[in-house]
Design a protein around this ligand. Structure first.
Ligand code: OAD
Ligand code: ZN
Length: 229
């Protein structure tokens, strides 16, 4: 039974060199979000959107997990089903660190999805051009990242996880997409780790650690161990 929900965001991978969305010099400064990450933008210009994800997938190849990814992999290996490992990140750095059963709320960069039969299949770090669905052969395939304006099916797993949880840990997320304030209010054990003090967010959490995720990792691991042992 799930006892701890861990939810991570772009800040977890920031020290691995993957840019956050809203933080200073974030990805959105250089791109029009609605052009590259919305259903309407995709309908208007598939090539542009595909090129955006090709570039992010290519960038990912040379990135390595950091200490925070490794800590999360360790606790997930140690405690298995007692921890739900949810991430908003589309990179694969938790998996690269050895973390099993990561739930990607917003999809994955290293997979594609068939628009005809819905099969999700791995593409690695390659560009998607010329790749057809291995299941039905359709050439109508797309990136596997959730865009604004479409459902995020994995949110159902998140809701289920929160039902039995007793502890909630948020790492490296601004909480603007997944409403972490709303979840935090229900639990006695809550931990927030990000960089900046925020008087509208911090009071919802019992333990607030404003530090880089890698620096906070040992303390978060100890909190998890204490709670589950
Ligand atoms: P944001 O960019 O909104 O927030 C990043 C958070 O990470 C901020 O709170 C920073 O303080 C914190 N942060 C930055 N560097 C950090 C570090 N080294 N250690 C710890 N914390 C650090 O990113 P998300 O909350 O993940 O959706 O954004 C959520 C979603 O918005 C994304 O998944 C994306 C975007 O729309 C999709 O792509 C569908
Ligand atoms: Zn198919």
């Amino acid at each position: 039974m799930i006892r701890i929900v861990i939810l991570t965001g772009a800040g977890l991978s920031a020290e691995s060199g993957i840019r956050t969305f809203r933080y200073c010099h974030g990805l959105w400064e250089e791109h029009d979000v609605m052009e590259v990450c919305s259903v309407d933008g995709f309908a208007a210009d598939r090539e542009k959107v595909n090129a955006f994800y090709d570039e992010r997938r290519h960038d990912l190849e040379e990135k390595d997990p950091n200490e925070a990814h490794r800590m999360l992999a360790r606790v997930k290996q140690r405690y298995g089903g007692a921890i739900a490992m949810l991430t908003q990140n589309v990179d694969n750095l938790l998996e690269q660190a050895g973390c099993p059963d990561v739930i990607h709320l917003h999809g994955t960069l290293t997979d594609l999805r068939c628009e005809r039969c819905d099969t999700v299949f791995p593409i690695g770090y390659r560009p998607q051009s010329g790749i057809a669905c291995p299941s039905c052969g359709s050439a109508r395939v797309r990136h596997n990242v959730v865009m604004f304006g479409e459902e995020a099916p994995a949110y159902r797993s998140m809701h289920d996880a929160f039902k039995t949880a007793e502890m909630f840990i948020a790492i490296g997320t601004s909480g603007r997409v997944v409403n972490i304030r709303w979840y935090a209010q229900w639990y006695d054990h809550t931990v927030l780790n990000n960089l900046d003090p925020d008087e509208t967010l911090d009071p919802y959490f019992k333990t607030v650690i404003h530090a880089k995720a890698s620096a906070a990792a040992a303390r978060i691991e100890a909190l998890i161990d204490t709670f589950l042992r």
